[in-house]
Design a protein around this ligand. Structure first.
Ligand SMILES: [Zn+2]
Ligand SMILES: [Zn+2]
Length: 257
């Protein structure tokens, strides 16, 4: 069952715990079409494509991103439901070759070790500030009623200013701490898309009441690292519908100008 983001009470019931700083406000006009039902293909410019697949009981937006010339793909935040993610890659005719992580909360990283093991994939990211969250994945899975998740050792930690590449597409990495200390986002300048995990949502921001979370740091990450990507950049949050940075600068009560 996939939640509909227009039904706020439904959401509150389902996602009170890990990632939302829930804000009750009317759905705004002008926001990009929600992707929450997850079955819409988003063709971008020639090279980078993506498809968002909500996974786990938290409907976390895992995204398959791929280069349409080579059909090589990466999956961003495979929090769980790895059978489904593999089936989706097969259906799309892409070859899943990398795992990219924004941060190490269970709904984002819970399927990483399993998927890496099955397909011998490298795990890239997050920033090493999230080491303690990775080490705590087994406990996180118990606490939130997820299938058991193993800790893992990332093949490569990410730092601010790094890049990641899939096929002929390169995305920039920005370190955006605040929700977790090691949170990163992936930005495609060519496609004007940013995969921001739980840093920013349409109308809200990530929770900061976890160990090493910090509200002021999160706001600073959003304003100094996301806003420069441009008002017309569409972001894919870890939960809920897409929006643009310009829209959030106008209407998001936590970060509006
Ligand atoms: Zn999340
Ligand atoms: Zn999170």
């Amino acid at each position: 069952m996939l939640p509909c983001l227009t039904h706020h009470h439904h959401l509150e019931t389902l996602f009170p715990v890990l990632c939302w700083q829930y804000l009750s406000q009317p759905q705004r006009a002008g926001v990009h079409a929600p992707n929450v039902h997850g079955h819409v293909l988003f063709p971008l410019i020639r090279m980078l494509h993506y498809r968002t697949v909500p996974v786990t009981p938290f409907s976390q937006n895992a995204s398959l991103v791929w280069c349409d010339q080579t059909r090589q793909a990466a999956v961003i935040d495979p929090g769980g439901d790895v059978d489904r993610l593999q089936a989706e890659a097969t259906r799309l005719g892409v070859s899943l070759e990398q795992i990219w992580l924004t941060h190490a909360h269970i709904d984002h990283a819970g399927g990483a070790a399993e998927l890496a093991r099955r397909l011998s994939l490298p795990i890239i990211g997050p920033h090493m500030g999230d080491q303690f969250w990775i080490d705590g994945l087994p406990q996180q899975s118990t606490m939130f009623g997820f299938p058991h998740a193993d800790a893992f050792k990332p093949t490569r930690w990410l730092n601010d200013g790094d890049t990641v590449t899939v096929g002929h597409s390169t995305l920039q990495v920005r370190h955006c701490p605040g929700h977790t200390p090691g949170h990163v986002v992936f930005y495609s300048k060519e496609a004007k898309r940013a995969f921001v995990g739980d840093v920013l949502f349409a109308g809200s921001i990530g929770r900061t009441d976890f160990p090493q979370g910090d509200h002021a740091t999160l706001i600073d990450s959003i304003k100094t690292r996301l806003w420069p990507m441009g008002d017309d950049t569409v972001f894919i949050p870890g939960h809920g519908p897409e929006s643009t940075f310009g829209e959030e600068r106008k209407y998001n009560p936590y970060v509006k100008d």
